[in-house]
Design a protein around this ligand. Structure first.
Ligand code: 6CS
Length: 313
């Protein structure tokens, strides 16, 4: 039989490389086949999620940036400056976190989804028309964010006018000046040519793009123990593969951007410049608790404990 797996990016982007590895592992270790559906073949992120919940798709990669309406707690990844920036610590956090590997599993299960893996896709950078050195530089900037209420709060706290949009509207929105900024990891800024429609890239270190791969739960629960193991093993192998694949990826992507558009301004904010952005985190954290109540607070506390365990090592 054939299992259908959709994701939010092209085959050659991070989610696509992960999915390709997952497919290879499944097909090597079982009689099942996996058919991959990259971005654009089945609709926007919200569409592929609906199809996965309906059981039309067996697997889906949807980033928490789009999962906020379904699972409000998944917005925790948009509390700025929460995750470590050091890659090995970050990877170890995703491997070992109880919040991610146990608590979130329960929340996804309530929505008919078996959470298989969460993984990081790289440090998020802002791309804008004008330099961003301080929050005031974002005043009046209509800044596209993924469709997620907490990210709206983050960019409000950063001083911008946040505009939630699905991915498909971002390039055109920048081109026609409906929006003047957006944020994403460097590989994505490069592969989707965001640098063609913005002039400045700013690294503020406020977040790492997190994504999540899940199965339709009814489908997963109906698998034999042997097939469940094949799926779990393939997920673990794809995780290790993708974190390794990403070593140096930001630098390579930035070099390609530099080559394609030498006049692009790239600013890496200093600690001093980051301070006012960091100061916004407390307010966003408060909003997160308001939106998600005890359940969100429990996840946030667990996540912080998991982070501490990794950074104390
Ligand atoms: O910003 C977005 O909407 C997209 N960014 C990435 C890195 N992957 C997929 C997502 O749709």
């Amino acid at each position: 039989d054939t299992w259908r797996y959709a994701f939010e990016e092209a085959l050659t982007d991070v989610q696509g490389v992960y999915a390709t590895k997952f497919k290879e592992e499944i097909e090597k270790n079982s009689d099942h086949e996996v058919e991959l559906f990259p971005y654009g073949t089945l609709g926007e992120s919200a569409d592929i999620m609906e199809q996965a919940q309906a059981g039309i798709l067996q697997f889906v990669d949807q980033s928490p940036g789009f999962t906020g309406a379904l699972i409000p707690e998944a917005q925790v990844f948009f509390v700025p400056y929460l995750l470590p920036t050091e890659p090995e610590q970050l990877n170890e956090f995703f491997r070992t976190s109880k919040a991610i590997n146990e608590d979130f599993k329960g929340l996804y299960a309530e929505q008919g989804l078996e959470l298989l893996k969460m993984f990081p896709e790289g440090e998020v950078a802002m791309t804008t028309q004008e330099p961003v050195k301080k929050p005031a530089d974002l005043n009046g900037v209509k800044f596209r964010v993924m469709t997620n209420p907490l990210l709206v709060e983050t960019y409000k706290a950063f001083g911008a006018t946040p505009t939630p949009l699905p991915w498909g509207e971002v390039y055109g929105g920048l081109q026609t000046n409906i929006i003047q900024g957006q944020e994403n990891p460097a590989f994505w800024i490069e592969s989707t040519k965001m640098y063609e429609v913005t002039d400045v890239i700013t690294f503020a270190g406020h977040s790492n793009f997190t994504t999540a791969v899940m199965a339709n739960k009814e489908f997963y629960d109906g698998l034999s123990d042997a097939d469940k193991k094949v799926v779990q093993d393939a997920s673990a192998a794809a995780f290790e593969y993708i974190v390794d694949y990403q070593k140096g990826l930001t630098e390579e992507s930035m070099a390609k951007i530099e080559k394609a558009k030498p006049e692009m301004t790239v600013n890496v904010l200093t600690e001093e410049e980051r301070a006012p952005f960091k100061a916004a985190a407390a307010e966003v954290e408060k909003k997160f608790i308001e939106m998600t109540g005890d359940s969100g607070k429990a996840i946030l506390d667990q996540l912080k404990a998991d982070l501490k365990a990794v950074t104390d090592k």
